[in-house]
Design a binder for this molecule. Structure first.
Ligand SMILES: O=C(O)c1ccccc1NCC(=O)[C@H](O)[C@H](O)COP(=O)(O)O
Length: 263
């Protein structure tokens, strides 16, 4: 069983628990449920920004605890002040020490799109994402069939949310393209083995149709890599660990953005 299998198995149990504790009728009454979502595409194609998606991630299965102390509101506000176009907030509890409360705290103090970074396998989680103030959901090709990707993507878009499809190789990419996605993220981390390789993004760049915003995800730590990826068509760059492993993630983000701008 890979780590991804374990995460998804636990996720299915968690969804059953949450459906009982917080039924859809309760989610729909949330203060955020009817708000209009910010657009992922618009945010990432703003020519004045570098296209950074800055992630709040306390812990990861591959690296353990990255930052137990950072304050979510201060950090995410700092990310946006540093130039991040989009925020990503981990909501998975068991494997990433994330929470829905963290996303709500980020929502209350920021006016940019927020990605609910989780492992979505059920429409319930999309309604939950809307109810906590998220604008964007992630659909991971490695844990969903092409039919599930289409129906979950269509459901999210019907709620006004943006959909980021995550792929890791050519096969996943070619099987998963549909009209029900807004952006395609290439994950440089293999979620089964944890191996990271930035070449994955370079190799898949030309295979992603231009109608989708191209996003490179994971293991990005060098500002020059952002420039090199921009040159092959990427407009979004999802970065967590590089910032979160420092005592002041927002400051690390500010320095990174400055370095990219100076290249
Ligand atoms: O980060 C992990 O160890 C991990 C393990 C298993 C499934 C998903 C995992 N990470 C989710 C992500 O994709 C990253 O949080 C995101 O792309 C940011 O990556 P990084 O900049 O390397 O923190």
């Amino acid at each position: 069983m890979t780590i991804l299998d374990k995460i998804v198995a636990r996720k299915r149990e968690e969804i059953l628990e949450n459906k009982t504790q917080n039924p859809i009728s309760v989610l729909e009454k949330s203060e955020f449920f009817d708000r209009e979502c910010y657009s992922l595409k618009e945010a990432l194609t703003n020519p004045e920004k570098i296209g950074l998606i800055a992630e709040f991630k306390r812990k990861s299965p591959s690296k353990g605890i990255l930052n137990a102390d950072a304050d979510v509101a201060e950090t995410t506000k700092g990310y946006v002040a540093a130039g991040a176009s989009v925020l990503s907030v981990l909501t998975d509890v068991d494997f990433f020490n994330g929470s829905n409360e963290n996303l709500i705290k980020a929502r209350k103090v920021n006016e940019v799109p927020i990605l609910r970074k989780d492992f979505i396998v059920d429409e319930y989680q999309i309604l939950e994402a809307k109810s906590i103030g998220a604008d964007v959901i992630l659909l991971i090709a490695a844990c969903l069939s092409p039919e599930e990707l289409k129906s979950l993507g269509a459901f999210a878009q019907s709620l006004g949310m943006s959909v980021l499809l995550e792929v890791h190789d050519k096969h996943e990419l070619l099987c998963s393209i549909s009209p029900y996605i807004d952006a395609i993220g290439v994950n440089n981390r293999n979620l089964s083995t944890f191996n990271v390789d930035i070449q994955t993004s370079f190799e898949l760049a030309d295979l992603i149709p231009n109608e989708f915003v191209k996003v490179s995800e994971s293991a990005l730590s060098n500002p020059q890599t952002v420039i090199d990826l921009k040159n092959v068509g990427y407009r979004g760059f999802l970065i967590g660990e590089t910032f979160m492993k420092t005592p002041d993630p927002a400051n690390a983000c500010r320095k990174f953005v400055e370095e990219v701008r100076n290249l």
